[in-house]
Structure formats: C-alpha cells, structure tokens
Ligand binder design. Structure first.
Ligand SMILES: Nc1nc2c(ncn2[C@@H]2O[C@H](COP(=O)(O)OP(=O)(O)OP(=O)(O)O)[C@@H](O)[C@H]2O)c(=O)[nH]1
Ligand SMILES: [Mg+2]
Length: 278
C-alpha cells in the first residue's frame, strides 16, 4: 500500500474536523486502519481520537498567554514552530511502511494561500515517501449563489496552485440542505463554463460581466477545480468521497494505477460506481 496522507484543509468552520471524524468512523466500521492527526493548535474539542496531536508540541493557548500574540498571529507562530521542529512530527509518525494518515488542519486560509508552511510540510512528507492528497472542504451554504460558487472555486484554486498536490474538493454539510438547494448545488457542479457564466451574470451588475468572464476562463484554463458532495448521514456518500480520494492517492487494489485526472465528472461518477459495485 505504501505511505498515504490526506491533508484536510478549508476555511474556518467548513467541517474539516467533522470530515476527519466521519472518515475515521467509516473506516473503523469497515475494519480499515487510518490514523487521524490534529494539526490545529487552537483545537479545543474534537470527536475523533487523534493518534498525533500538535498540541503535545505547542498549543495556541501557550503562545497567546506567554507571548501575548493574538489568535491569528499566534496560530502562524505555532505552525512555524511546528515546521521548525518537523523532526518531532517525523518521530511521532514512526517508520511504518504502510500508513494512511488523515491530517486535520487549521482553518486559517492564509496558511494555504500566503505562507509556504504547508508547502514545506508536504515536501517533508514526500521526502518520507508519503503520497499526499489535498482534501479541500467547503461548506455548501457558501456556494448556493452562482457568484459565491465562483468565489469558492477561486479560493480552492489558489490553495491547489500553492500546494501543488492532487486535490479532491468536498462540499460538506449536504445533510443540512433541502431538496431544492441540493439541486442547485448539483446544477452548479455539473454546469459547463458557458452555463456558469450565464448563471453568474444573470444576477450580477453588468459592470462585472467582463470580470466574471475572465474568472470563468481562468477556472476553465486550469480545469482542475471539480467538486464532490458529502452527506455525513449517508454511508454511500461517505464511501464515494473516500473512494474518490483513494483513487487519487493510488490506495489499494495492489497499487494498480488509475489515471482519473482527465475524467469528466459524469465519467468519474461511472468510474466510482463501478468500483463501489466491485
Ligand atoms: N449537520 C452537519 N454539521 C456539520 C457538518 N460538518 C460540520 N458540521 C458542523 O459545523 C461546525 C464546524 O465543524 P468543524 O468540523 O468543527 O469545522 P472545522 O472546519 O474543523 O472548523 P475549524 O477547525 O474551526 O476551522 C460544527 O458545529 C459541526 O458540528 C456536516 O457535514 N453536517
Ligand atoms: Mg477543526
């Protein structure tokens, strides 16, 4: 199997820790071993059981009390301290040849778009032979309008470009949506760029038409930002998300190599269905 890791990132409160807990529980039920890691020095409570916890090295509370930092500066300080002491993390991970880690990260988005701390973590893990997949969690409530959807995609794209690893982008909290809202999300996900542009321009000031067009072209040119939905109350939905990540990370199937990079969403759905049936 080799060494695999999911780096779970996304805006504050988007559902990263809940996702981590959900996957841990799902894997427990299917007798699959995964290790959850808390990389959020500000975490106070989480429902999963972390194998490694950054707060054993440094916590935000220590930093704000002893150095009088505010919460955001304090968090950046903690993450810098963590990277400067990366040997601590290496030791905690151990020497296992086969390993599957789910790393629950802090929600400060600047960590993934402005600072190079996460890039350094990824490079170190790659040096330790980990295949790392980014899992970008975005709250469904923040993408229910076309322009919000575009802005969510751009935020995702900025992290994807900064971190330079394969990504699976997950729309969380789908269980909280009504039938109509679910339809809206599905419509946005499956829209082609022209449809998306029409939807955005419909309710937007004409002054922004050109800008919208440029944004959509940018997203189209990169053609990297696809989304999958997660309903944590539905085991099938959890299984689909996990399978998509496993395929991206080349987990299982005796290391059989799948190339899913250029599969359009509907083909990706067929592909996943085939594997869930097997
Ligand atoms: N119903 C429902 N609630 C969710 C889901 N995901 C997260 N929540 C709730 O949303 C809130 C934030 O979830 P967290 O998992 O703590 O989010 P986070 O991204 O880890 O937050 P930070 O670490 O603070 O950035 C909590 O109250 C969760 O119970 C979901 O899929 N369904
Ligand atoms: Mg969290």
């Amino acid at each position: 199997m080799g060494r695999k890791a999911q780096l779970v990132i996304g805006p504050a409160g988007s559902g990263k820790s809940t996702y981590t807990q959900t996957i841990q529980k799902h894997c427990e039920l299917s007798r699959r071993t995964v290790h959850c890691i808390n990389l959020d020095p500000a975490a106070e409570y989480f429902a999963y059981n972390p194998t490694i916890d950054i707060r054993d090295l440094i916590s935000l509370e220590d930093v704000t009390e002893e150095l009088n930092y505010g919460p955001n500066g304090g968090l950046v300080f903690c993450m810098e301290y963590f990277i400067n002491n990366i040997e601590w993390f290496k030791k905690q991970i151990g020497e296992f040849e086969d390993d599957y880690l789910i790393i629950d990260c802090p929600g400060q988005i600047e960590l993934y778009s402005h600072f190079s701390l996460m890039t350094k973590l990824i490079q170190e893990m790659q040096n330790w032979n980990y295949t790392v997949c980014g899992v970008y969690i975005i709250d469904c409530h923040f993408i229910l309008e076309p322009y919000k959807f575009i802005s969510g995609m751009l935020a995702c794209l900025s992290s994807m470009i900064q971190l330079e690893i394969p990504f699976v982008n997950v729309i969380s909290k789908m269980d909280l949506l009504g039938k109509q809202e679910r339809k809206t999300v599905k419509k946005f996900i499956s829209s082609n760029p022209q449809e998306m542009l029409r939807l955005v321009n419909r309710n937007n000031n004409p002054l922004f038409y050109k800008l919208n067009k440029a944004f959509i072209k940018l997203l189209q040119d990169f053609s990297l930002v696809g989304f999958t939905t997660l309903d944590i109350t539905d085991e099938d939905s959890i299984a689909r998300v996990l399978l998509q990540i496993d395929l991206t990370i080349q987990y299982g199937e005796d290391e059989e190599v799948y190339d899913t990079t250029n599969l359009p969403d509907e083909n990706m759905d067929d592909f996943i269905n085939q594997h869930l049936d097997n």
